[in-house]
Design a protein around this ligand. Structure first.
Ligand code: HDE
Length: 710
């Protein structure tokens, strides 16, 4: 099924030349010699020593010994998929000459890798973390990599701080703890000394950091890039990905439990969705700013700790990305894919954002050590569609066999080939920006407002989101052992919102410091005058921005959502089947959970297939729960009652048959009226209400007055 079919698209066709299967084939060595015994080493006698001569055993073990390569220093844990991108129309042709962004007939193959940032390759998917959203477009004009995140801003403004940030968030160096978590002293020590991270911290402490699915999160290019048209005119652009399933998250308690029940939760979700034909879709959005408007905003377009609020510049949706094929081999594709912000094509160009500039160095450099040499572009997943014809030669693992005498330019012996391309012939030409400056180690004053957008983000959250954000801060800082770090961090929070600072301080058992007149910056160069580096306070004319709250996301679909149907012998077969059919009609899946695997016996004697037992299932792995009639025996099943309690605590839709009230009576929440809980004996009506509820994703209002014990 997954082997790329030649002709699917140009990239699949190219990859198919490198894929192989063992079916109907002999086992052989890497030299092609057939092997007749793969079970025993060559020995001197059947009880004797093994012989060095055994080239078959030595080749096999040597290869095994070298199977591992270094994991990515950040974004080590990831999952990827193939797909296609198609632009809706040619409206961007006034702004860019890139054909894949302007030609609605072009279908561009893509490979997309999602990731967490801090954890190791084997860490849990549900860590509180930023998610990587890296897209490689295999365009006819070469590869374009949009190496983005699911949050539109970053922690730092200058690339030189990146190693410090990553050292601070990674497990602490003396004891390598904690894994895949920012809730520890070194991270918050650094953050509390870096006021420029305030905005990003709001995103990281929000539910965006614990997505329900890679399929339900936004993506952002973060930096301001440029589009460049045929005439060479440049327009600033911010790139966005908008998921067609909306933006949804899980609860923090749930995230921690998923990490135990299924640490591959996001990986599995992506894999299964694609296998089942629920192809993840995202629209590409652009915010365009004319060059002459560069300075009309109350922030600097080059500052990666700032968004352009959608109220100031609307996001135009220009095309769609569809992920439609799982990789054939994790290592060959997902692990070896090499992204780089400097992989651009004519029509797209860079800006002077100092974070972007540093990234332009880092990505090639990291691939050299990770993939072992300068020929990583020849690994099948990294190959561009156009044939590579240049004068670069040799190096470890060279695949290409270049013919001819010349490997330099200019040459006459090779007829001057390969020759340079003019702009009109598709040659990349950097935008001819005028620069007239002193060489300084400095930061622009226009980067010094660290708090106004952090406050904008906080003010834009729904009441439930604000509670989650405060709880996340209380949790993270609660894990910090150094009280001075907690205090300093509360001090930073006073700059963002005094109410938030007060709530967090209270949870930490601290007093709330007065918001200082002058915000404090602890990161000041040794011979700098502190006054020159004080953050500045900027007043935004925008109180809140709707796009920043997930409460305003799309809530119109239950496609690919998973519902647990809790059963026991005697369950009403008709209800189970009718609910499954109703869910299936909307693209959702109803999975039967029962005391044991195999089949559960329905009230009509029919055997109903079981997907999970109460031992293998957990409420945190489902979006909603249905309890049909005929399940009275579950009153005595602690796992089933816990399942319901936990689903209630995580604010998930719950539907139950009126005849199952005894079981509901055994839960903490009981049969009273609760938002997102539906009961009835008319299945059509019950299923209809339940499905409408599922579209809402969660009923956070159930969290007040306080969580139930589950
Ligand atoms: Fe990265 N980043 N990054 N980053 N980044 C890497 O490259 C780096 C930044 C992002 O799925 C590394 O191949 C520096 C911002 C993603 O393979 C490395 C700086 C954004 C991925 C690197 C940043 C990102 C990476 C590690 C600050 C969002 C995973 C392995 C100047 C716009 C790509 C690798 C994949 C990976 C460096 C900041 C996104 C070391 C120096 C901002 C999605 O090169």
């Amino acid at each position: 099924m997954k082997t790329p079919k030649p002709g699917d698209n140009a990239k699949n066709e190219q990859l198919s030349g490198h894929t192989t299967e063992g079916e109907d084939k002999f086992l052989n060595t890497n030299q092609g010699t057939r092997v007749n015994d793969d079970q025993n080493t060559l020995k001197a006698g059947d009880r004797g020593p093994s012989l060095l001569e055994d080239f078959i055993m030595r080749e096999k073990i040597t290869h095994f010994d070298h199977e591992r390569i270094p994991e990515r220093v950040v974004h080590a844990r990831g999952s990827a998929a193939h797909g296609v991108f198609k632009v809706y129309d040619n409206r961007l042709s006034a702004y860019t000459r890139a054909a894949f962004l302007t030609d609605p007939a072009a279908e561009t193959p893509v490979f997309v890798r999602f990731s967490t940032v801090a954890g190791s390759r084997g860490s849990t998917d549900l860590a509180r973390d930023v998610r990587g959203f890296a897209v490689k477009f295999y365009t006819q004009e070469g590869n374009f990599d949009l190496v983005g995140n699911n949050m539109p801003v970053f922690f730092i403004q200058d690339a030189i701080k990146f190693p410090d940030l990553v050292h601070a968030v990674k497990p602490e160096p003396h004891n390598e703890m904690p894994q895949a978590a920012s809730a520890h002293d070194t991270f918050w020590d650094f953050i509390s000394l870096m006021p420029e991270s305030a905005h990003m911290i709001m995103w990281l402490m929000s539910d965006r950091a614990i997505p329900r699915s890679y399929r339900m999160m936004e993506g952002f290019g973060v930096h301001t890039f440029r589009l460049v048209n045929e005439e060479g005119k440049s327009t600033f652009v911010k790139f966005h990905w908008k998921p067609l399933l909306g933006v949804h998250s899980v609860a923090w308690d749930e995230a921690q439990k998923i990490s135990g029940k299924d640490p591959d939760f996001h990986r599995r979700d992506l894999w299964e969705a694609i296998e089942n034909g629920f192809y993840p879709e995202y629209e590409l959005g652009v915010q365009l700013v004319a060059e002459e408007d560069e300075h009309k905003f109350p922030f600097d377009l080059l500052d990666p700790t700032k968004i352009i609020p959608e109220e100031m510049v609307p996001v135009q949706r220009v095309g769609k990305l569809t992920l439609n094929r799982n990789p054939d081999n994790f290592f060959a594709e997902t692990e070896q894919v090499a992204f780089h912000v400097g992989h651009v094509v004519p029509g797209i160009d860079l800006t002077n954002d100092p974070l972007l500039q540093g990234r332009l160095f880092s990505y090639t450099d990291t691939q050299l050590i990770r993939l072992g040499g300068p020929n990583f572009h020849e690994i099948p997943i990294n190959r561009p569609l156009p044939e590579v014809t240049n004068n670069q030669r040799d190096g470890f693992m060279r695949q290409q066999i270049n013919r001819g005498r010349t490997s330099y330019h200019p040459n006459s012996l090779g007829g001057g080939c390969p020759f340079q391309a003019k702009w009109a012939e598709g040659g990349f030409r950097s935008h001819n920006e005028k620069i007239d400056a002193h060489k300084v180690r400095a930061r622009s004053k226009s980067f010094f407002d660290h708090f106004s957008q952090a406050t904008l983000f906080y003010n834009s959250q729904s009441p439930a989101e604000k509670v989650h954000l405060a709880n996340a801060l209380a949790f993270e800082l609660g894990k910090v052992e150094t009280v001075a770090v907690r205090e300093r961090m509360v001090g930073i929070l006073t700059q963002i919102d005094v109410g938030l600072a007060t709530t967090v301080a209270d949870a930490l058992g601290l007093g709330v410091p007065e918001a200082p007149e002058q915000p404090v910056n602890h990161s000041i160069p040794a011979d700098g005058d502190p006054q020159d580096f004080q953050p500045v306070t900027v007043k935004l004319d925008l109180a809140a921005s709707a796009a920043l709250s997930m409460a305003n996301t799309l809530k119109n679909s239950v496609k690919s959502r998973k519902v647990a149907i809790l059963t026991a012998d005697g369950v009403h077969t008709a209800s189970v089947e009718a609910m499954q059919a109703a869910l299936e009609a909307e693209g959702a899946v109803g999975e039967v959970v029962a005391p044991r695997l195999g089949f559960v016996e329905g009230n009509d004697g029919k055997d109903i297939p079981v997907k999970n037992s109460y031992l293998t299932a957990a409420s945190v792995l489902y979006d909603a729960v249905y309890l049909p009639g005929g399940t009275g025996a579950l009153v005595l099943n602690g796992d089933a009652v816990h399942f319901l309690n936990e689903a209630f605590r995580h604010c998930k839709p719950i539907a139950y048959d009126t005849t199952a009230v005894d079981v509901i009576g055994a839960t903490y929440f009981g049969t009273g009226d609760h938002p997102g809980c539906y009961s009835g004996d008319e299945l059509r009506l019950l299923a209809g209400a339940f499905i409408e509820g599922m579209k809402q994703h969660r009923f956070w209002e159930r969290e007040t007055p306080g969580p139930i014990p589950a």
